[in-house]
Design a protein around this ligand. Structure first.
Ligand SMILES: Nc1nc2c(c(=O)[nH]1)N[C@H]1C(S)=C(S)[C@@H](COP(=O)(O)OP(=O)(O)OC[C@H]3O[C@@H](n4cnc5c(=O)[nH]c(N)nc54)[C@H](O)[C@@H]3O)O[C@H]1N2
Ligand SMILES: Nc1nc2c(c(=O)[nH]1)N[C@H]1C(S)=C(S)[C@@H](COP(=O)(O)OP(=O)(O)OC[C@H]3O[C@@H](n4cnc5c(=O)[nH]c(N)nc54)[C@H](O)[C@@H]3O)O[C@H]1N2
Ligand code: SF4
Ligand SMILES: [Mo]
Length: 663
C-alpha cells in the first residue's frame, strides 16, 4: 500500500460490521482491505466492500444540492446552492406548520448508515419539531419481540459460542450472504466435529456448509419447534432438573400445548416427513450443545413473533443453555450506550402520532387530519424498500407533497424529491459503530474530505436547526463531544475495554454484564409469560390466499437491500425470479423468458429462471432492485403488502402469495 492507511468500519446494515483498512492518496480512497486485527471479522470482507472506493468515488455520486424542475418523479433537477436549499426547506416547513401543525411533516429514515451519530442525527430535530413519529419496524422487530417474550433482557450469547457446539442449526439464515463471518465460525465448528443443519425454504447460498438441509413450508417454523418439543417430551429426553429450576411454565406447555403437535400434524403443517421430525428430535436430544443461529427470514411473516418464541423455547427442554448451546438471535448493545443522549426523547414536543414505516403508502394516501404534507427522507430508499410499492409511488407522486431527500445516489426515492441534498459516504465523517452480530465496537474518523458538496446527516440537521431557529445545543455540538458524552458515564459493558485502543480507532469488545443469568421478571426462562395476551406459545397460521406461489424476497449475495446497485459488477445481469421446473412446466414458462408475476397489489416483470433447488410452491426473487434496472419499472415490493407482524409492528415481506404468467 503506497498511500496512508486509516482504520474504519463497514457502515452498512449487516451484522458483521467489518473492520476496514482504507488506503488514501491525495484525498482519494484508492483501496479498501479487511483489518486483520479485527477480533470478529479478521481481515475478510465480502465482495460488496472489497472495492468500496468504487462506491465512494462512483461517477453516480450526487455532488451538489438539486431542485426539482420537471414533473414529480421524473428526476429532472437543476443545481441550487446549499443556502438556498436550506432556506426553501425551512420556509416550506414553517408554512406547513403554521397551516396544519408539525404532524403534517414526516421524517423517513432507516439504515443506510449504522453509525450511531449519523443514523440518529435527525431524531432529536424532528422530536423538537413535534413532527409525526416514524415507527422504525421495517426490519425484524418481531424477532426481538419473540426473544424478549421468553428471555426478557437477557443478552444474547457471544457468537463465538458456536465453536463449542456439536449441532449447529442455521435456521432461517442466509449466512453466506448476510452473516459471512458467523459462517466462518460455523465452518470452524464443523472442523471440530459439529454437524450443521440448514432449516430454510430452499437451499440458499450458504447451503454448502450444511450436512443436512430441511426445507419447510413458509411461516411454519413455529409448528416445527413445537413438534420437536412434543417429541422430546414423548421420548423422555427433557432435562427435568434444569426445567424445574430455571424455566417458568414448562408443565403448562407440556400439558396444555404440546399434545396438539404430534408429528403427523406437524408433518402436514411443515412439509417435513414424520421420519425427518423423529430424526431431528433424536439428534437434538443427544447433542451436547445444540446451537440455533436464528436468522431474520421467518421474522417477516404475520405470525413471526410467536414463531420466534417457540424456537427460543426449544433449547430449554434439554437444558442446552447450561451446556454451551442455546439460541443466537443477534447481539443487542443498546444498553451499553446511553442512547437517549443522542435521540433526546426529552425534546419531544407534544405527543405526535406514530406512522409505521412499513405502511408509508397508506400514510401518504390517507387524508388524515392532518395529511402528510412533507416528507424528509434520509439514509433510506422507501420507493423500493417499503412494501406495496404502487401505493408508495402513488403517494410520492403527489404534487402537493413537499419531499426532501438526503442521499448519496439518484435512487428511486431521490427522483421524487423537490429538494435533493447530497450525502457523504462513511469515509467522509467520523462516528461510532456497534455491531448486531458480535460485541465489537469501534470509532472512526473521516479519512477523506466530503466528495463534491456533500454533507453528513449531522451537518444537514445542524443547518436545518439553525434555519428553523432551534437552539438546543445537541444540534451544534461537534461529533467528538457527542462521543465523549456517550462514554462519560461508567458502565459495566465497558469494564474490560482498553479505552486508549478505542480512542485510537481500534476495534474493542464489550462484555455484557452478568452474562449467564436470565434477565426476566421471574429470573427464569419464561416459556409461560403471563404478561402477554397468549401466555403460552402456540402455532399461528401465516397469511394465505388463493394464489398458488409463496413469494420469497430474499437478500441478494452482492447487494444489500437497495444499496450497491450503483455498481455494475455487483448486480446480477437481470432481475430474475426462480421457480421449480414443475411450476414452470405447469405454466408453459421457459428458462430465460420474460414473465409477469402478479397478485392483487401489483404486477412485476422478471426474467424466469428454472431452478431445481427451489421447492415447488415457491417463487424466489433475490434483491431489492432499483427501478431503472427493472424491465417493467416495478420491483419486488410491488407484490408485498403493508400487513404487519403479530407483535413489534414488523414488515411481512416474505408472507405474500403470487402467480406467474408469460409476458
Ligand atoms: N448480501 C446481503 N446481506 C444483507 C442484506 C442484503 O440485502 N444482502 N440485508 C441485511 C439486512 S437489512 C438484514 S435484516 C439481514 C437479513 O439476513 P438474514 O437474517 O439471513 O435473513 P434473510 O436473508 O431475510 O432470510 C434468511 C433466510 O430465511 C429464509 N426464510 C424465509 N422464510 C422462511 C421461513 O418461513 N422459514 C425458514 N426456516 N426460513 C425462511 C430465506 O429463504 C433465507 O434463506 O441481512 C443483512 N445483510
Ligand atoms: N422485498 C424486500 N424488501 C425489503 C427487504 C427484503 O428482504 N425484501 N429487506 C427489508 C429490510 S430487512 C430492511 S432493513 C430495509 C432496508 O431499507 P433501507 O434502510 O432503506 O436500506 P437501503 O436500501 O440500503 O437504503 C439506504 C440508502 O441510504 C443511503 N445512504 C447511505 N449512507 C448514507 C448517509 O450517510 N446519509 C444519507 N443521507 N444516506 C445514506 C444509501 O445510498 C441508500 O440509498 O429494506 C427492507 N425491504
Ligand atoms: S457488508 Fe457485512 S460482510 Fe460485507 S464488509 Fe460490510 S460488514 Fe462485512
Ligand atoms: Mo433489515
Amino acid at each position: 500500500m503506497a498511500g496512508t492507511i486509516h482504520r474504519s468500519v463497514c457502515p452498512y446494515d449487516c451484522p458483521d460490521a467489518c473492520g476496514l483498512l482504507v488506503e488514501v492518496e491525495d484525498g482519494r480512497v484508492v483501496s479498501v482491505k479487511g483489518d486483520p486485527e479485527h477480533p470478529f471479522t479478521r481481515g475478510i470482507l465480502c465482495a460488496k466492500m472489497q472495492h468500496y472506493e468504487r462506491t465512494v468515488h462512483s461517477p453516480r455520486r450526487l455532488s451538489q444540492p438539486l431542485e426539482r424542475c420537471g414533473p414529480k418523479g421524473k428526476g429532472s433537477f437543476k443545481p441550487i446552492s446549499w443556502a438556498a436549499a436550506i432556506e426553501r426547506i425551512a420556509t416550506e416547513w414553517q408554512r406547513i406548520i403554521a397551516d396544519s401543525g408539525p404532524e403534517a411533516i414526516l421524517p423517513y429514515s432507516y439504515a443506510g448508515t449504522m453509525g450511531v451519530l449519523q443514523r440518529n442525527a435527525l431524531i432529536p430535530f424532528f422530536n423538537r419539531m413535534g413532527a409525526s413519529r416514524l415507527e422504525r419496524g421495517i426490519c425484524t422487530p418481531a424477532k426481538d419481540e419473540g426473544w424478549r417474550a421468553v428471555m426478557g433482557e437477557t443478552p444474547a450469547p457471544a457468537p463465538e459460542r458456536v465453536l463449542d457446539s456439536d449441532l449447529v442449526m442455521l435456521w432461517s439464515s442466509n449466512a453466506a450472504a448476510t452473516n459471512l463471518h458467523f459462517l466462518q465460525l460455523v465452518k470452524q465448528a464443523k472442523k471440530r466435529g459439529a454437524r450443521v443443519w440448514m432449516i430454510d425454504l430452499y437451499r440458499n447460498a450458504g447451503s454448502g456448509v450444511a450436512d443436512e438441509v430441511f426445507c419447510v413450508r413458509p411461516g411454519s417454523d413455529g409448528a416445527l419447534a413445537l413438534g420437536l418439543m412434543h417429541l422430546l417430551v414423548r421420548n423422555g429426553r427433557c432435562d427435568d432438573a434444569f426445567l424445574a429450576e430455571k424455566v417458568q411454565g414448562f408443565i403448562e406447555l407440556k400439558e396444555q400445548v404440546l399434545p396438539d403437535y404430534p408429528p403427523e400434524r406437524v408433518s402436514a403443517l411443515t412439509g417435513l416427513t414424520v421420519e425427518q421430525l423423529e430424526q431431528m428430535a433424536h439428534a437434538f436430544a443427544v447433542a451436547k450443545a445444540p446451537f440455533i443461529s436464528l436468522g431474520g427470514g421467518l421474522a417477516h411473516y404475520s405470525n413471526s413473533a410467536m414463531t420466534v418464541r417457540s424456537i427460543v423455547a426449544l433449547p430449554t427442554l434439554t437444558g442446552a443453555w447450561e451446556r454451551g448451546g442455546g439460541c443466537f438471535v443477534g447481539t443487542s448493545t443498546g444498553a451499553a450506550l446511553p442512547m437517549a443522549k443522542i435521540t433526546r426523547p426529552d425534546l419531544l414536543c407534544g405527543s405526535p402520532r406514530s406512522i409505521n414505516m412499513s405502511q408509508l403508502g397508506d400514510a401518504l394516501m390517507r387524508l388524515d387530519d392532518p395529511p402528510v404534507r412533507s416528507l424528509y427522507i434520509s439514509h433510506s430508499n422507501p420507493a423500493v424498500v417499503a412494501p406495496d410499492q404502487n401505493r408508495v409511488l402513488q403517494g410520492l407522486a403527489r404534487e402537493d407533497l413537499f419531499t426532501v431527500v438526503h442521499e448519496r445516489f439518484m435512487t428511486d426515492s431521490a427522483r421524487y424529491a423537490d429538494i435533493l441534498l447530497p450525502a457523504t459516504s462513511s469515509l467522509e465523517y467520523g462516528d461510532l459503530f456497534r455491531s448486531y452480530g458480535s460485541y465489537c465496537v469501534q470509532r472512526t474518523c473521516s479519512v477523506i474530505p466530503p466528495v463534491g458538496k456533500s454533507k453528513s446527516n449531522r451537518e444537514v440537521i445542524r443547518l436545518l436547526a439553525a434555519a428553523m431557529d432551534y437552539r438546543e445545543d445537541i444540534f451544534f455540538r461537534d461529533d467528538e463531544e457527542m462521543i465523549a458524552e456517550l462514554l462519560a458515564e461508567p458502565n459495566d459493558w465497558w469494564a474490560g475495554v482498553d479505552r486508549q485502543a478505542f480512542q485510537e480507532g481500534r476495534p474493542v469488545v464489550l462484555t455484557p454484564p452478568r452474562a449467564g443469568r436470565f434477565h426476566t421478571p421471574s429470573g427464569k426462562i419464561e416459556i409461560l409469560n403471563p404478561r402477554l395476551r397468549d401466555p403460552l406459545p402456540c402455532y399461528l397460521e401465516p397469511y394465505r390466499d388463493e394464489l398458488p406461489l409463496q413469494l420469497v424476497t430474499a437478500p441478494a449475495l452482492k447487494t444489500l437491500n437497495s444499496t450497491f446497485f450503483e455498481r455494475d459488477e455487483l448486480r446480477e445481469p437481470q432481475m430474475s425470479i426462480r421457480v421449480h421446473p414443475a411450476e414452470a412446466e405447469r405454466r408453459g414458462l421457459e428458462d430465460g423468458g420474460s414473465v409477469h408475476v402478479f397478485n392483487a397489489l401489483g404486477e412485476v416483470e422478471f426474467v424466469l429462471r428454472i431452478d431445481e433447488k427451489v421447492p415447488s410452491g415457491l417463487a424466489v426473487a433475490e434483491g431489492v432492485w432499483w427501478r431503472e434496472f427493472a424491465p417493467g419499472g416495478r420491483t419486488v415490493n410491488a407484490l408485498t403488502s403493508q400487513r404487519l407482524t403479530d407483535l413489534g409492528g414488523g414488515s411481512t415481506f416474505y408472507d405474500n402469495r403470487v402467480d406467474i404468467r408469460r409476458c
